[in-house]
Write a protein that binds this ligand. Structure first.
Ligand code: NAP
Ligand code: ZN
Length: 348
């Protein structure tokens, strides 16, 4: 089925209108009319080949919400008209140790990303949510239980939400824990909301003075301007866990020094250029860890969506037309996002 989409034909070409083909739904497929798609910094890294391996044409987008328009003969959990979401994953081997535990994002045979993943469909790699329609295996489709009028603001939960929820849960964010969130963009603003809802004491770290007051409204108990050494020093040795979402290379020692004994600095940002090597002294004196975390599995993504519906949590969004994607990228690069751009696919 010919479907309107937005994507780029090369790293140095802008994201523009193009037609793509979607497969007819197979027995296990769910066909979805996409209503909204969030704009993740990973979209920009990928479409501009900041990370290796981008295949063109590249149609980004993995924060997808919409309505079911057809289901295959073996699909029972979804029906036409259901409001659903699709995140960063559309396939995995389903038989490795990670898949068995519902951790498809760590599939040892390689998960299939919603874009730039391998597929038998033309053109040989997956094309994402900057489009009006998608066909996805039922195992990778999520139920959305938020009120309909919040649908656009639910879209960013499918990546920014789960990427922050999963490590916060894994490292035990909750009452009595002091949690830091570094970089208040799409991921970071969700990290603040979620850690706050989990009952932790939340400290936001930002380089943008203009986000100080807003970070408190998002749920931060304290806000630190990370460029100010005096403000940073006041928190030395006090954090159980720090979630770092920054999309650019920077000095990690500034944050490892803020951890308590046995504390963890978890990196989720994936900058184009490597961070400077961290100082070992900061880690061994205090048995501190630097870790990483990748999105979340399907079961945990559903758990996160239900947690957010229950707690009335959605993203703070700025709606854009498809024609405004490149301008949104430029603002993203200037940290000028409050806090997630969402594409209205009707504008395609
Ligand atoms: P974003 O909306 O652009 O937010 C990133 C924030 O980082 C900015 O708003 C800014 O916050 C801060 N920042 C940017 N440049 C900085 C610099 N030079 N120094 C210090 N702080 C800086 O990006 P996003 O969509 O949240 O994504 C963040 C990163 O996570 C990207 O690299 C993305 O690819 C990655 N990601 C990873 C996963 C995963 O599974 N691990 C999933 C999704 C995305 P302030 O203004 O507050 O300083
Ligand atoms: Zn993403």
């Amino acid at each position: 089925m010919t479907t309107k989409a937005y994507g780029a034909t090369a790293a140095d070409k802008p994201v523009a209108a193009l037609d793509i083909d979607r497969r007819a739904p197979g027995a296990n497929d769910v066909q979805i009319d996409i209503a909204y798609c969030g704009v993740c910094h990973s979209d920009l890294h990928t479409v501009r080949s900041e990370w290796p391996g981008t295949l063109y044409p590249c149609v980004p987008g993995h924060e997808i919400v919409g309505r079911v328009t057809a289901v295959g003969s073996d699909v029972s959990g979804f029906k036409v008209g259901d409001t659903v979401g699709v995140g960063c994953l559309v396939g995995s081997c389903q038989h490795c140790a990670s898949c068995d535990e519902g951790l498809e994002q760590y599939c040892t045979n390689g998960f299939v990303g919603t874009y730039n993943g391998r597929t038998a469909d033309a053109p040989g790699h997956t094309l994402g949510g900057y489009s009006q329609r998608i066909v996805v295996d039922k195992k990778f489709v999520l139920h959305i239980r938020h009120p309909q009028e919040q649908l656009a603001a639910v879209a960013p939960l499918l990546c920014a939400g789960i990427t922050t929820y999963s490590p916060l849960r894994h490292w035990g964010a909750g009452p009595g824990k002091k949690i830091g969130v570094v970089g208040i963009g799409g991921l970071g603003h969700m990290g603040i909301k979620l850690a706050h809802a989990m009952g932790a004491h939340v400290v936001a770290f930002t380089t943008s003075e203009s986000k100080r007051e807003e970070a408190r409204k998002l749920g931060a108990d304290e806000v630190v301007i990370s460029k100010d050494p005096a403000q940073m020093k006041a928190h030395a040795g006090s954090f159980d866990f720090i979630l770092n979402t920054v999309a650019a290379s920077h000095n990690l020692d500034a944050f490892t020094t803020l951890l308590k004994r046995d504390g963890t600095l978890c990196l989720v940002g994936v900058p184009e250029h490597a961070h400077p090597s961290p100082a070992v002294f900061n880690l061994i004196f205090g048995r501190k860890a630097i870790a990483g975390s990748l999105i979340g599995g399907i079961a945990e993504t559903q758990e996160m969506l239900d947690f957010c519906a229950e707690h009335g949590i959605v993203a703070d969004i700025e709606m854009i037309d498809a024609q405004g994607i490149e301008a949104a990228y430029e603002r993203m690069l200037k940290s000028d996002v409050k806090y997630r751009f969402v594409i209205d696919t009707a504008t395609m």
